[in-house]
Design a protein around this ligand. Structure first.
Ligand code: OAD
Length: 279
């Protein structure tokens, strides 16, 4: 059982402690959620004004719900896809993503992300496991991962979805061809994981292994509400790794740094290694 600390929270004490942990680590896991990309202009899911507020996940993030909305209200599905994908296509890595990429100069880093936005790779991280899949890759109905999807074709798709007020099912299906479709060889869809589906492989197996073998685990910008990904901090803790949490909302990690990732992560690297990670 973990006993809550009776001492008042001090950001600078926690920063010094987190910096010490990071400095003496060789294998670091950085586990990220939507919060890491918030400062790149991508709304989170569960914060005020988040995506799930306007588009409930039982309708817009399950295979059955999506099929039902597509038939009953293609315009509403087009609005959801525009709200969900539009900001992703315009986004660039922020100082939080860049600091995580820069950490590789000092230690072995495995990034495990729940995000589908490709921003860790764009920032330069070389070992990224996308456990909820990616918007930028398609797979066949047999689960075979197909070639990448270009940002341009997705942007064109979003422009078509925004185009008119009245969207028929047939028109929606045509606009969605870069992502979803049926060919003579079978169907294809994005690798994005929906609720009720298994997590993306081999990413999920590699992620669990990394959480078990790391000697420091950073949990950044996630509400920890969605299983099974949310169990990774406990997996790492049970295997003996300290868990450093970074989030503007208070959490219960062994060491907690309260604040936005784009400020806290560069501060942490500077405190740990004595130089700005972004130079
Ligand atoms: P949530 O929307 O549940 O949580 C976002 C977290 O980011 C919250 O804890 C915020 O406090 C925090 N946050 C907001 N701004 C931040 C900032 N600037 N810096 C750091 N943290 C910040 O998003 P996730 O935890 O990623 O899955 O949600 C997990 C999964 O639920 C998603 O991958 C998605 C969703 O449904 C599927 O759809 C399968």
């Amino acid at each position: 059982m973990r006993v809550p600390s009776l001492l008042p929270y001090s950001f600078s004490d926690s920063l010094a402690k987190a910096a010490r942990l990071l400095r003496r680590s060789r294998q670091v896991v950085v586990f990220t959620g939507a919060g890491i990309s918030a400062e790149s202009g991508i709304p989170t899911f569960r914060d005020a004004g988040g995506l799930w507020e306007a588009f409930p996940p039982n309708q817009f993030a399950t295979p059955e719900g999506l099929a039902e909305v597509a038939m009953a209200s293609p315009r509403r599905l087009a609005d959801f896809l525009t709200a969900a994908f539009g900001p992703l296509l315009a986004a660039r890595p922020n100082p939080g993503h860049l600091a995580i990429a820069a950490l590789e100069k000092r230690v072995n880093v495995t990034v495990i992300t729940q995000n589908i936005d490709n921003l860790h790779t764009a920032a330069g991280s070389s070992n990224v496991h996308e456990v909820h899949g990616s918007l930028f890759r398609r797979m066949s109905d047999t689960g075979k991962v197909l070639g990448p999807i270009s940002t341009e074709s997705l942007a064109e798709m979003v422009a078509k979805l925004q185009d008119t007020k009245d969207v028929s099912f047939a028109r929606l299906a045509r606009a969605l061809r870069p992502l979803w479709g049926i060919t003579r060889r079978g169907s294809y869809r994005p690798t994005i994981v929906l609720f009720g589906e298994p997590l993306a492989e081999p990413d999920w197996t590699l992620a669990r292994n990394a959480a078990t073998t790391c000697d420091c685990f950073l949990s950044v910008g996630t509400s920890g509400e969605v299983m099974p990904a949310a169990m990774l901090p406990s997996v790492a803790r049970s295997a003996g790794a300290p868990v450093i949490g970074i989030n503007p909302k208070r959490g219960d990690s062994s060491v907690f740094l309260q604040g936005p990732a784009g400020t806290v992560l560069p501060n942490l690297l500077e405190a740990a290694f004595g130089e700005s990670p972004l130079v």
